[in-house]
Design a protein around this ligand. Structure first.
Ligand SMILES: [Zn+2]
Length: 277
């Protein structure tokens, strides 16, 4: 792949990232993502086109609104930069094809879901299901469609089972701590327990399905394992904090691990083959 193609992919990715920032801001608020054009949330002045250049505008304005000097979140240039890197790395790996473009879009949507999950500790089903559907549609032969769907189902099912195990473990732990719960039969309490006991959100299950469709079962399991390793230091940092603060958004870790495994798939396959040789 030539440097020019990769550079163009990065540029295109940064522009898409600029739009994703709008989606991240407006979708959870239930606002239209196409209208009106971007304005400063503080002073409501419309942004001029040169205030909207991905990454560069934020740097030139030193992270402040051009009108009221309200600081603009570093999220904006970071999402644009991440989008540029995602598009460039996928095109560098796969070349410019219909499939590679679709894969890049899936990863850009995973980025969007990650940032929303980071802020809200939940992710919109609309975006999550769109991501899953597009991931299933990444096919090279007609048979791939069924294969992708099957892998999505396997990962979603596996994640749902894991969720039952973890929730049960947390349930037993809480029950053990509380004398009140101990004395009454479990049938009285199981459903009455706070939602906190749910170890994973439904959004994680949909993302797992996307991972299955995109990576296949073996690599998707590697990616889930890798996401747990990356998440561990963050989880440990939350120890001793309140229950609400202890809830770490997990989609960012799943997304990062999925991208790493997708880019390094042949190396990981070789490593796995070495393990069983
Ligand atoms: Zn302003």
């Amino acid at each position: 792949m030539g440097a020019i193609e990769i550079g163009l992919a990065a540029l295109f990715g940064a522009i898409v990232g600029s739009f994703l920032n709008v989606v991240i801001y407006r979708l959870p608020l239930g606002q239209s993502i196409v209208y009106p054009s971007s304005a400063c949330p503080k002073c409501n002045n419309n942004l001029k086109p040169w205030h909207n250049i991905p990454i560069l505008s934020w740097l030139f304005l030193s992270g402040k609104c051009a009108y009221c000097k309200e600081s603009i979140s570093v999220q904006y240039p970071l999402v644009e930069l991440a989008s540029a890197l995602i598009a460039a790395s996928i095109i560098a790996k796969m070349g410019l094809t219909v499939q590679s473009s679709l894969v890049a879009v899936v990863f850009l949507l995973l980025l969007t879901l990650s940032v929303i999950d980071y802020y809200y500790k939940m992710a919109p089903d609309s975006l999550n299901l769109l991501t899953l559907t597009l991931a299933i549609l990444v096919i090279f032969t007609p048979q791939d469609l069924l294969e992708n769907f099957k892998n999505a189902l396997l990962l979603a099912g596996g994640m749902a089972l894991l969720r039952f195990y973890l929730s049960y473990y947390l349930f037993v732990k809480i029950r053990g701590m509380s004398i009140n719960l101990k004395k009454s039969p479990w049938t009285k309490n199981y459903n009455a327990l706070p939602r906190m006991v749910e170890a994973m959100g439904e959004a994680d299950i949909m993302v797992a399905a996307t991972m299955g469709a995109l990576l296949g079962v073996k690599l998707a399991l590697c990616a889930i394992f890798l996401s747990a390793i990356i998440a561990m230091p963050f989880m440990l940092l939350q120890r001793g904090k309140s229950d609400e603060e202890q809830r770490v958004p997990f989609i960012p870790f799943l997304a990062v691990a999925t991208l790493i495994v997708y880019l390094l798939d042949s190396q990981i396959y070789r490593f796995l083959e070495g393990l069983y040789a």
